[in-house]
Design a protein around this ligand. Structure first.
Ligand code: AMP
Ligand code: MG
Length: 466
């Protein structure tokens, strides 16, 4: 396994990271290797278990733990950082894009605080399944390159098998990375970080103001895409917001089955701060924190506050336009106008009133079985009259590309994890195959992944990886 490293973050000021090797594990076993991703990246050769487990440091790697801070559930925490991950290094992929290769669950770092630096098998498999599904759905996301078990049990509420995820991202720089240096008034580091991010992710941005505008646009579009697939991130803390606009840090995330705007899965989100329908508002709040962290870089801070406030206030309109485009495609409209918002909202309201299956409704919409997704068929029929008058001529083709048959349903993710903990990885592999072909016609092997859970099968709570 040859990773052509080309590291740049380690050339930034020393305050941004701490050189930290992964901690070896006793008996690693490969669960899964993403050969297609490895090929896209230009990683050659067979997977090297020792590298993927953190037992060997590959040639050219310069492992570091990155410093960052963040607002967690709205509460400022000045000191987070990679507590259970190390960045092995960066490489340039076939498309010329710089990508990070990180090990998650790879042992303690100077940022571990009281944590063991490890991950158990459940969150590793969840992130693998959900991030690869997200990629297949066309949503910007970190990727899963490999997962290994470590041969070491770790203590959570019970002893659980440890695992390491090898993760690939455009970068692991977060809103919280900017906050860390802004809060310390370390302008040298903040400026170097900003220049790095502009060069790496936003090369057309001439200054921090333009960077802010572009990050806001990408993040608003990302959240609109989440909404279109019924995805609930679960922990939209500022330390879990990628500056590159990728979905990152899959913790207690889930895709909804029965639709309701107030749906929450995360067991620790008791107030519903990160509920489905709150995600756009939280997105704007997170961008306000990013804007705040850029203010110290501006020569005229009063003028910058005014300018950045206006930029953050544009988040809502950018999001709404993106949301409308996403949902218009889901109902077969290729040229959405503001008037279509009502048509979309009426359908969503009807779905919410019955907790209709989010993925199922849209997957069936163009077919004879559409009305069977509803209890109040007359209400659906009434909506469908308006819809048929409005939808585009090639609605079926538009919808086929926008509405997956298969998303990683929470009860099936949980079942795959439980089987794996008991030593059977077949359900994980079968599910991975299905969720990475979300738009493909169903087959005998994949039909079960399109079926919503019965009320007895429903899994309505998810837990953090910690
Ligand atoms: P997360 O829940 O992944 O967003 O993590 C929040 C913070 O807690 C980050 O700084 C993590 O690195 C840290 N953290 C989470 N789990 C552990 C662990 N088991 N050991 C050490 N640090 C951890
Ligand atoms: Mg995190």
């Amino acid at each position: 396994m040859k990773i052509p490293f080309d590291n740049s973050y380690v050339n930034l000021p020393a305050q941004l990271y701490v050189a930290t090797p992964p901690t070896p594990v006793p008996a690693p076993v490969l669960i899964s290797y993403n050969q297609a991703l490895a090929d896209d990246l230009g990683i050659q050769g067979a997977p090297d278990l020792a590298i993927l487990a953190g037992n060997a440091i590959p040639e050219g790697a310069a492992p570091i733990a990155q410093a960052y801070a963040g607002h967690q559930f709205g509460q400022w925490n000045p000191q987070l950082g990679d507590g259970r991950a190390v960045l092995l290094g960066e490489m340039i992929d076939h498309a010329g894009l710089r990508r990070d290769i990180q090990l998650k669950g790879s042992g303690q770092t100077p940022f571990s605080r009281r944590g063991d630096g490890r991950a158990w098998l459940g969150p590793v498999l969840r992130e693998y399944l959900v991030s690869e599904a997200m990629h297949a759905l066309g949503v910007p996301t970190t990727r899963a390159l490999a997962a290994v078990t470590t041969g070491q049990d770790i203590a959570r509420e019970t002893l659980l098998p440890g695992a390491v995820l090898a993760r690939v991202a455009q970068s692991h720089i977060r809103v919280g990375t900017f906050q860390y240096f802004a809060a310390r008034q370390d302008l040298v580091a903040l400026r170097a970080l900003t220049d790095h991010v502009i060069a790496r992710h936003y090369p057309t941005a001439a200054d921090p103001a333009a960077l802010l505008d572009q990050v806001i646009t990408r993040y608003a579009q990302l959240i609109a895409q989440w909404m279109g697939f019924g995805f609930i991130h679960g922990v939209m803390n500022t330390d879990n917001v990628s500056i590159a606009g990728e979905t990152i840090d899959y913790g207690p995330c889930a895709f909804m089955d029965g639709f309701h705007p107030s749906q929450v899965f995360s067991a620790i989100d008791r107030q519903g701060r990160y509920a489905y329908a709150n995600q756009p508002q939280i997105g704007a709040w997170n961008m306000a924190q990013f804007a705040t962290s850029l203010i110290p870089l501006m020569p005229d801070q009063d003028a910058a506050i005014e300018q950045f406030t206006a930029a953050v206030n544009r988040f809502g309109d950018i999001y709404l336009a993106a949301w409308r485009a996403v949902f218009a495609a889901k109902i077969g409209i290729f040229d959405p106008t503001p008037e279509d918002t009502g048509l979309i909202q009426t359908l969503l309201d009807l779905m919410a009133s019955e907790r209709a299956d989010f993925t199922g409704v849209f997957a069936h919409l163009g077919s004879d079985t559409a009305r069977d997704q509803f209890i109040d068929r007359a209400a659906f029929d009434a909506w469908a009259v308006d819809w048929k008058a409005r939808r585009s001529n090639d609605f079926a083709a538009i919808m086929a590309g926008a509405n997956p048959r298969i998303i990683p349903r929470n009860h099936q993710v949980e079942a795959a994890i439980q089987a794996a903990v008991a030593g059977d990885f077949a359900p994980f592999h079968a599910m991975l195959g299905a969720v990475t072909q979300p738009f493909a016609p169903l087959t005998q092997a994949t039909a079960r992944y399109a079926t919503p859970p019965t009320s007895a099968e429903q899994v309505t709570r998810t837990f953090c990886g910690t």
